[in-house]
Structure formats: structure tokens, C-alpha cells
Design a protein around this ligand. Structure first.
Ligand code: FRU
Length: 480
């Protein structure tokens, strides 16, 4: 470990100690999500199962609740539910990463964990350089930096980052998020037989290629994987214009389903679909675990979207990761379900069959709290409108005539209501994971997901149900 590395670690650990009480005193501190010990968390990184243990790294700025020279924080887990904090994985200590160990991924090879990430460098005038860097580890806890493995190809600007690596046949492949000199966002593909020499194969897809027109000025955090005989490219494009209910957040995250041609390096794909219909979701990453599951975790935040208005910054921390979701395909649509291990969190089940709602707003005995799982099954829905209000701060509204589902919440800045809407057709079921300051709602068995932070009053633990007409509900509730 270099002297600079050691110094940065000591400073970050000192910051954790200094603000520990202030962070822990925050009533919005989450109970069952990955959050930073202090400072800012953003993208999930290096998500991998290594020697049976799940590893989750994350973009971390220990010294403030804004962005900057990122570290990699680290958690491990045996079950994707209970996470253990590990020593800092990476600090921005070397010349090729001095302004941040930016996002990247992990693969197991030759008995080592290999982390690929972006070294971000800025000079005094703010001019950027980007390097793709390798760090290796035997134990998955202590990392040795092997240095730069990939320099910027001439086709792209220095917005060249977020390597995701996987193996296919004889070769290793890497996708990198890029911007070309015409300021079009694209995904670049590289190939290697030894993880250190990388050959540029071209562009997988992107804005202003033969498959897309205008589609953003920069594509971040690509992830390309096989799923049920198809290929899925998950990516976070920046610069999409709002289109009706679509692309309402500052930046988007979504996917293309298609066929990858490893000879040409191109993905023949269908249309882009957003992964999440809520307010906070960005830069997701997936891994394949030893049960063969493709599992996705996202950052429950969006760059430059109200970040300065989260009340947690008074307590010296900001942001969280989403719960892990298992991915499957239904045609060209991803189905996202919370991983089954989350059932381990359940305490004190309360269930009711055939609760009848009829026009009036009501509570249901025992259905309340600040951290809970709530399952709702809809039967005989004759009501035009169904509403579920959480802690007088967020509201779910289903409008049957239009088939639209809406999530409303109080804006962080001024507590006026704001909303996100998605067309779903008939509403059959809702599954909500509600933590002290977050909501993740899975709709119709995972056809859609809405993710959001929310900041209710601490004392308010109420859940209200309302319908404009006859509606029968099956309800299950667990404290988490
Ligand atoms: C996405 C992102 C990545 C970058 C990282 C820096 O949120 O901008 O492109 O590597 O965050 O923290």
C-alpha cells in the first residue's frame, strides 16, 4: 500500500468516526438497504459472487455529501440481505485515478478477484483523462493495483468510463460507456484473452448508429449479458428528452433486448425501455450468481437531481442502493422481482383476505409502520380510482379507466406533490418494500417497478387505503 493510499484511508476512517453519532441519529437512516457510513454513495460497483460470498462495492465520497474523487466502499454478504461492512477497497491514490476511482465491475479469474474500474484524472483547467484500470485480490478484501490496462481510443472523448467485463467462449469482453467526438453516447466493446491486452472491436450500439437516432450525449454504466437465449444491454444514457410519461428524471436507465454478434461486436436490438418508473434510479449493475440468477442492483439516486435537497445531508450522508432484483424475460420485456431471500427480513405477519373497500378512506388494523413489506392482491375491482397513502408523504394512485399507475410524493425542496406515471393496464398486485425513507414498489409480478426516496415525518406511521367504488383486496403485511 502506498503512503498516499494509507493516508487517504486514515482520513476516510477518521471521517466515519467523527460523524458516526450524527449519521446514526438520523431518523431517515435506512434499516435494510446499503448506505454509506458517512458522505455520498452513488453507483453499485464490482457486484460479484466470489468463493460463495456476494461482494458489493459502491462509489463513495467520504468527505462531503457531494460528488468528487471517489473511493470504492465495500460490503459482503452470504445471502444478499445481511451486509457486512468491509475495509475500504480502493482509494484514489495513484496518478491515473487521482480524481476518482470511478465505476467498474468484478470478475473471478485464475483464483483472483479482478476489479476493472475507471481512473478519472482532471488537470487544473478541468481537462479530463480517463484510464481503465485493473486491481486484483486473493481474498476479495485487500486489493493490489495493477495499473492502466486500457487507454482512450481516438474515436471517443475523455468521457470514457465504467468498464463491465464478462467471459464468453475463449475471450474476455469489456463494454465501456463513451461519447464520440460528435457528442453522441455509445457503448464500446473490447476483447482480451488475458484480461490485460484489450483490442477495440467497435461500437455495440449507440446514438446515431444504424439502429438509433438522437439518443443522448453520453452513455454511462453499460452492462451486457445473456438472458434466456437473448442478450440484454443495460445502460444509463444522458440527454434523452422528456416524452410524455417517459424520461421524466434528469437522466435515464434502461435496456435493449436483442442478439449479440460476437464476430461483428454489434447488438441487433429492439426499442429502449426504462428499468424503473419512479424518481430515484440510476447506474444499475448486474451479476450472475451460482444459482444461475441474473441479479440487478441500482443506485437509488440520479446525478444532479435534487441531490442538494435530501434532508439526510444535515446528518452528513446521502443516498442508498436499491434492493437486489432477479431478472427474467417475458418476450422483450424484463421482469424484475425482489430476490426471494428478502423473505428473511419478515417479522410478525398480518394477513387479511377479501377486505372490502367502498368509497371511504380507511386504515386496516395493524397495517402501518416505518419499515415493512406490503402485498396487495386486487379482486373485483369496480372502482375507477384506488389510492394507497404512505405516512402522509407518498401516494400510489391507480386509475382504472386509463390503466395508469402513479406514484406521488412530497418534493424534497418545498413539499409540493410531484408524480411519476406509467401505463400498466389492469392492476393485479402490488408488492411494496418500504424502508424508513424509501419505497420500492413491484407491480403485477414485476412487470414494472417504481423506486423512490421519501422523507415522511418521523411520528407518522399511517397507511391509508381508499377507492372510489367497490374493490376487494387481499392484504399481507410484515414488519421488516
Ligand atoms: C454514474 C457515474 C459514472 C461514473 C461515476 C462517478 O453515476 O457518473 O459514469 O463512473 O458515476 O462516481
Amino acid at each position: 500500500m502506498s503512503q498516499r493510499d494509507n493516508q487517504l484511508r486514515q482520513e476516510a476512517y477518521a471521517e466515519i468516526e467523527k460523524f458516526r453519532d450524527q449519521v446514526e441519529a438520523d431518523p431517515h437512516r435506512l434499516r435494510f438497504h446499503i448506505q454509506p457510513p458517512v458522505g455520498l454513495l452513488n453507483d453499485p460497483n464490482g457486484f460479484v459472487q466470489y468463493n460463495g460470498t456476494y461482494h458489493m462495492f459502491y462509489q463513495w465520497m467520504p468527505f462531503k455529501t457531494g460528488h468528487g474523487a471517489k473511493f470504492w466502499g465495500h460490503y459482503t454478504s452470504d445471502d444478499l440481505v445481511n451486509w457486512q461492512a468491509e475495509p475500504i477497497a480502493l482509494t484514489p491514490s495513484e496518478w491515473f485515478e487521482k480524481n476518482g476511482c470511478y465505476s467498474g465491475s468484478a470478475v473471478e479469474a485464475n483464483g483472483l478477484m479482478n476489479l476493472f474500474y475507471t481512473g478519472n484524472v482532471k488537470d487544473e483547467e478541468g481537462k479530463r483523462e480517463s484510464y481503465q484500470v485493473l486491481a486484483t485480490s486473493e481474498d476479495g478484501i485487500h486489493f493490489e493495483k495493477q495499473g492502466v490496462v486500457l487507454e482512450l481510443p481516438e474515436e471517443y472523448t475523455a468521457h470514457f468510463r465504467d468498464p463491465k467485463v464478462w467471459k464468453h467462449g475463449e475471450y474476455w469482453y469489456m463494454v465501456v460507456g463513451t461519447q464520440n467526438h460528435d457528442l453522441q453516447g455509445r457503448v464500446a466493446l473490447f476483447r482480451s484473452s488475458d484480461l490485460s491486452d484489450w483490442e477495440h472491436m467497435g461500437v455495440v450500439t449507440g446514438a446515431h448508429t444504424d439502429q438509433l437516432d438522437d439518443f443522448g450525449f453520453m452513455w454511462e454504466c453499460p452492462d451486457l449479458f445473456e438472458l434466456e437465449d437473448k442478450h440484454v444491454l443495460v445502460v444509463s444514457p444522458q440527454g434523452l428528452e422528456v416524452q410524455g410519461n417517459h424520461y421524466q428524471n434528469v437522466y435515464q436507465s434502461g435496456y435493449f433486448v436483442g442478439d449479440m454478434n460476437y464476430e461483428t461486436g454489434k447488438l441487433e436490438h429492439g426499442s429502449f425501455k426504462e428499468l424503473d418508473q419512479g424518481f430515484e434510479f440510476y447506474a444499475p449493475q448486474t451479476t450472475l450468481d451460482d444459482q444461475g440468477r441474473r441479479i440487478l442492483v441500482g443506485w437509488m439516486g440520479v446525478p444532479d437531481q435534487d441531490e442538494e435537497h435530501h434532508p439526510t445531508i444535515k446528518h452528513k450522508w446521502i443516498h442508498t442502493l436499491t434492493l437486489p432484483r432477479e431478472l427474467t424475460l417475458d418476450g422483450d420485456k424484463l421482469i424484475q422481482k425482489p430476490i426471494v431471500e428478502l423473505e428473511k427480513l419478515r417479522k410478525e405477519e398480518i394477513s387479511y383476505e377479501r377486505v372490502e373497500l367502498n368509497g371511504v378512506e380507511t386504515t386496516i388494523e395493524g397495517i402501518e409502520g416505518d419499515a415493512f413489506e406490503l402485498q396487495l392482491g386486487f379482486e373485483h375491482n369496480k372502482a375507477d380510482v384506488f389510492e394507497l397513502t404512505l405516512r402522509n408523504n407518498a401516494r400510489v394512485v391507480y386509475h382504472k379507466p386509463s390503466g395508469e399507475l402513479t406514484l406521488e410524493r412530497k418534493r424534497f425542496e418545498d413539499r409540493r406533490m410531484e408524480s411519476r406515471t406509467c401505463k400498466i393496464g389492469e392492476l393485479e398486485d402490488l408488492l411494496l418494500f418500504v424502508d424508513t425513507s424509501s419505497v420500492e414498489m413491484f407491480v403485477n409480478g414485476g412487470e414494472e417497478v417504481f423506486t423512490a426516496r421519501y422523507y415522511p415525518e418521523q411520528e407518522n406511521r399511517s397507511v391509508y387505503f381508499a377507492s372510489s367504488g367497490e374493490l376487494t383486496l387481499n392484504v399481507s403485511h410484515w414488519k421488516l
